[in-house]
Design a protein around this ligand. Sequence first.
Ligand SMILES: *[C@@H]1O[C@H](CO)[C@@H](O)[C@H](O)[C@H]1NC(C)=O
Ligand SMILES: *[C@@H]1O[C@H](CO)[C@@H](O)[C@H](O)[C@H]1NC(C)=O
Ligand SMILES: *[C@@H]1O[C@H](CO)[C@@H](O)[C@H](O)[C@H]1NC(C)=O
Ligand SMILES: *[C@@H]1O[C@H](CO)[C@@H](O)[C@H](O)[C@H]1NC(C)=O
Ligand SMILES: [Zn+2]
Length: 674
Amino acid sequence: MVAFSKPLAAAAIFAGLASAQSFQRLGTCPDLGCIIPPDQADFLAGQRFDIRLEVHAPVNGTEATGNPNPDEKFEFYIERVGGRRGVQSASKWFKVPEPKLEKWSFGWYEDFFARDAKTPSMVNVASKAYRKVYLDEAGEYKATLKHNGKTTTATWTVRDLAEVRRTKNVLFFIGDGMTTNMITAARLIGHKSVNGKYQTRLAMDKFPVLGHAMTHSVDSFITDSANSATALYTGHKSTVNALGVYVDSSPDNFDDPKVESIAEIFHRVYRGHIGIVSTAGVWDATPAALTAHTKDRNEYPYCVDSLLRGTNNTAWIDWNGPDVLFGGGAEHFYSPAIGGKTFKNRDYYEEFAKAGYNVYWNKTSLATAPNNERALGIFTVSHMSKWLDRNVYKKNLKEQANHPSGNKGDAEDEPGLKEMTLKAIDILHTRSKANKRRSSQGWFLMSEAASIDKMMHALDYDRALGELLELDDTIRASVEHLKALGELSNTLIVVTADHGHGFDVMGSVDTKYLEAQKEDRKKRNAVGVYQYSGLSQYINTGDLTYSDGAHFPTNWTPRYSLFAGVATSPDRRENYKLHEDGPRVGATTIPGRASNDYYVNPKDAPTGFTVNGTLPTEEPQGVHSLTDVPVFAMGPCQELFGGVQNNIDIFFNIANCLGLSRTAHGKGPDPVGN
Ligand SMILES: *[C@@H]1O[C@H](CO)[C@@H](O)[C@H](O)[C@H]1NC(C)=O
Ligand SMILES: *[C@@H]1O[C@H](CO)[C@@H](O)[C@H](O)[C@H]1NC(C)=O
Ligand SMILES: *[C@@H]1O[C@H](CO)[C@@H](O)[C@H](O)[C@H]1NC(C)=O
Ligand SMILES: *[C@@H]1O[C@H](CO)[C@@H](O)[C@H](O)[C@H]1NC(C)=O
Ligand SMILES: [Zn+2]
């Protein structure tokens, strides 16, 4: 069922209609005529995109007009405001044949009552899609859809950006789900403070420019990693679960209107070198959004194929695969003969090898990879293990049956985010230097600390903060490595997050006192707030840093632990102790009750007290929250990232710095500016 938003204009006309909120007819559609990309969309000059037009005829429900037949003779016009071309039909404007008419129907629920009663409101649709068009003059455009004697308009803006390239390389770190509150907590446990003064600081703390970004999506104020990655990579806000597309109402997951990503543009304009690194499965939203175009992020086999071949749908951008792809997610690579779930039942280790990639399954072999050849490193089934388990609780790496070969053995030799990122830099640096075409030199690397988010969902704050400190250590080591390579001043480094969770620390907990109490209400008195919070106990006396300059707690299980939590959760139990046996599972279903009804997990924190959640009872984990996220920048164009910005501005600023804007009168690819 497609979600849908009821337009303000329509609300005025059809007074008394339920106002669309939790469910929407189509999030980007202002009335019964839909122009996608929608009103207020911004574009990079030359950026490829698809246009989807839909004319809706509601059959029943509160919007029904009595005419169930959508106008099939709708017309669509484009005009550049103040431009010389005047108003032209889209096919004339873009010099493409008039697309063929498409028709379908869909249903949507108007509210939770309709959902419970299973009474969808039905809509008949007439539609057309213009594929792979672009606008190459900066300015404001008016798109007009005429249907049923009515007019729907959208204002589009092509941002006025210089074509000059100011950076050779871009290193783009995404701490998935990372907020300022988490950074503050990670600093507290990973760095030592004396009488209120930190003796060392996070690598992020040393960035010269700090801004913050709004993360809301096009049709909901809470976002997920798919549509926020779409915003960060394409400059277009989308809908929850959508990768590189706006969502249309058709049933097909692959015909939604696409928008070109930073990786695709960098490849098209410069044949630039691209690296993708994640501690998640590489088909997960944040890595896959660089190449995938689908409204459903769960199309994992397709996402893997897109990383290698680009989109499989209609003539879109030619794509040659990244130079480097490192992460987890083996189950969508190895052959279905041994249980893999792959695109068209192929073996994707073989597909990548045929395309010239060396394939690596462990940290030891990754270290030996030649820097002048393309590399695929897949180190686990599903998401990679967490820093705490790889470094402190190594027994948790056993009996995971997650070896990337698919042989059901354990992946016990996984690299961390740091090893993957440094190796990726070496390969990108070497291959880009060897490129004879000067404008093709330089690289774009996205490196994602995915499990800050995954462990926050699990309410496993220790593991989440371990992942955050690993990201910070990776940033520190990358800066040092780029300096050693002589590339630091040629590299824009941006560190940001795609969205947050409502996490914070409110004090400390005397875990010994808590466990000595018998009653739940008494256990809560183990919490020290304000002056009773004391000081962080996570670094043993005398310890300051790890020998190689990394900063992590040297004591992960102090008697006085963090009194940490999130704004909302499922039912759970808290004893504020680290989960030494592996990532936490706070809530479970109860045998004999519904399979989507979550209660306290009896095995989790048995010595703790019960906290009843406030989330819908079908949510097994914590959820994302509204908060703005931090943006740290260092290097060429760093000044663009200060202050309050929208997440799409991060795309435009990176594209601007790489000189990716291409106007009608531009002179084409520039040599690297420095
Ligand atoms: C609309 O019609 C469909 C059948 O075509 C029905 O299943 C649905 O319940 C109706 N919805 C409403 C809101 O009446
Ligand atoms: C792309 O892949 C999806 C998933 O297998 C499939 O449904 C779709 O038809 C494919 N598109 C093309 C044009 O092959
Ligand atoms: C790492 O991978 C290589 C190549 O597949 C293999 O020969 C080696 O035994 C592996 N090492 C470990 C520690 O798993
Ligand atoms: C939590 O909810 C259950 C019912 O689901 C109730 O029996 C229990 O008393 C509640 N616990 C607390 C601490 O409120
Ligand atoms: Zn998440």
